[in-house]
Each structure stands twice: as structure tokens, then as C-alpha cells.
Write a protein that binds this ligand. Sequence first.
Ligand code: SAM
Ligand code: DTB
Ligand code: SF4
Length: 331
Amino acid sequence: MTEDAKQDGVIRHDWSVDEIASLYRLPLLELVGRANAVHRQYHDPNRVQKASLLSIKTGGCPENCAYCPQSAHHREVDLTRDLLMEPQKVLAMAATAKAAGAERFCMGAAWRQVRDGKEFDAVIEMVEGVRRLDMEACVTLGMLKPHQAERLANAGLTAYNHNLDTSPEFYSRIITTRTYQDRLETLSTVRATGVELCSGGIIGMGESIRDRAAMLQVLAGFAPHPESVPINALVPVEGTPLAKRERIDPLELVRMVATARLVMPQSTVRLSAGRSSLTREAQILCLMAGANSIFYGDTLLTTPNAGIGEDAELLAAIGPVNDDAEQASAA
Ligand code: SAM
Ligand code: DTB
Ligand code: SF4
């Protein structure tokens, strides 16, 4: 074991970007091996949490995130805008997701920020309803004020998703309608309520390895680390400024997951968007490298996901996971 590897698994908040970039660039087998050892130290290697996503309010967002099909700035995108869904309909979908094995239900609204009023009241009702189903509830609603975060906390919200997306340096190449600082402030507003943080980012937008490392450095600088770290690979959507970006090499995703695992040993690392273009084997490598959750269901928010059938096959091929009879009998 190298001297560096002996320190693996220590919880730190003082990583340098250089240190993180060096981990990312390790020989792949060394990187995955070390990440797997840390993963096994803190997590059950046979557990893969299934989370389901639902877009509760689709499209027409005033922000200009270059990757996002829901931005009103990208007029060429073929997407039907929708008003906020009725809580009853959302809760029926949550119940269906639970019946399919999802433990967590994540609801996304294409808002720049939360506004008080009927729509927010309806979101509170959704959160309460998901918790009554005995599922974890996560929402992603854009920026929010302390009293709004408190209301979500009182409704029983498990986690708030708010991604940093990329490094502070690369950020303005992707989004100009809000700042990195806005993002950090929302995260600290959520943290103050005791609701868990879900924050991660996207690779494959033209950023460098240093940018990827710099994003992880900011995340790992939080004390405690975000409980949940989604790692997305860009899904290039026709009509967005990033539509023509080539899909990243799946091994870059493996490296990103492994590096996230090494710098945030206790966090749940979620293998998020981009999974539908990965082979079964590449997904398994990501799980070996430290991912412990997948988004389960036929769609992410607006783009296709690996289907439930394919995922059932993936999980069955791995063998019984989650220690439950449902998976064992599907195998
Ligand atoms: N409006 C909310 C906000 O500001 O956080 C959230 C919804 S947004 C769709 C949630 C996250 O999905 C984004 O932060 C981004 O990381 C990810 N995402 C959106 N479009 C994507 C794409 N085309 N490919 C990969 N990830 C994407
Ligand atoms: C996250 O980091 N990825 C999920 C979840 N958090 C909300 C969303 C992925 C969205 C991919 C593009 C789409 O389907 O619209
Ligand atoms: Fe709006 Fe969120 Fe999409 Fe950005 S990522 S355009 S904030 S929905």
C-alpha cells in the first residue's frame, strides 16, 4: 500500500485541488481499487439505493443553464411546458415508484426560486405525502429563503437537491443568470435547517479535469460533507447550447465517481443522468468505484433514463442487492 493510500477513508475538509486532480488521474485500477476499499469501509457494498425522479413543474425556467432542456432561453428545445402538478397525482406516482422498489422520491421544479403562495403550499403537501408513504423525500426547487427552508424541514423533507454543477472557474461558461455564490448561499440556508444536502454536478460539458477536481473540492469543503452527491454525465439535448457535445468516455464517469468516493467517504454517491448510454459493465464499474444509488424509472426529469426492465436486469446480474427478497426473487 502506498503512503497516500494509508490515509484513505480519513474524513477531511481541506483537500487541495491538486490532490484531488492527482487522485482522478491515478492509474484506473489503482483508483477504483482504493475507492472500492473506502466504499466498503463505510457502506454495504451489496446495497444500491433506488431513487425515482419526477418533474412536478416542467419547462419555462428563467435561468439559462446551458445543459438544461427546461430553460426558457433555449427556444429550439422540443419540450411541452407544464404547470405544477396536482399533489394527488404526484403522490399516486410516488406510490407506484415505491411499489417498483424506490426508497427515495425526488421532485424537481423548473423554478429559479421558490415563491410563497399556493404552489409552494402544494409542494409542502407533496413532501408530507411522500413521507407518509415512508419514502425519503427530496426536492429541487431552485433558490430559497430561510423561512421556506424551515417549512420544508417541518414537512419532513429528507434532502434538498441543489447542484454546484461545475467548478467556480468554469461556472460562468454554463450559467450567467445566477452566481456560484447564490448556489452556496442556498446550500447553507438548507444546511441550517438540518435538512440533508444533495449537491453534485455534471461532467462532459467541456470542463477540464481540474474543473472536476475543483468542484469536488468545494463539495468536500462543506463540514459535514453533503450527505448525497449526484454525479451526472451530460445528456446532450437538441436545442440546448450543449447539444453537440460528444458523450464523455464512460471511464471518465468511473473516475469521477471514484474520486468523489475518496474525498467524501461517507456520502451517498448517486450515479445520475447519462446512465442510459452506459453498458451494464460500465455501470457496474461505477458501483464498484463507490456509487451507491441509481435513479430508477423510465425518465429522469425530461429525458429518458435506463428503463425499469433494463435496471431489473442490471440488478439481477449483480446478484441479490439490498438484502431483500424482492431482488432475490427477481434474479
Ligand atoms: N431548478 C432546479 C435547480 O436550479 O437546481 C433544479 C432542477 S435541475 C433540472 C437539477 C439538476 O439536473 C441540474 O442541477 C443539473 O445538474 C442536472 N441536469 C439538468 N439537465 C441535465 C442534462 N441535460 N444532463 C445532465 N444533467 C442535467
Ligand atoms: C441530479 O443531479 N440529477 C437529477 C436530479 N439531480 C434532479 C436530474 C437529472 C436531469 C437530467 C435531464 C432531464 O431529464 O431533464
Ligand atoms: Fe432552471 Fe434548474 Fe434547468 Fe437551470 S437546471 S434551467 S435552474 S430547471
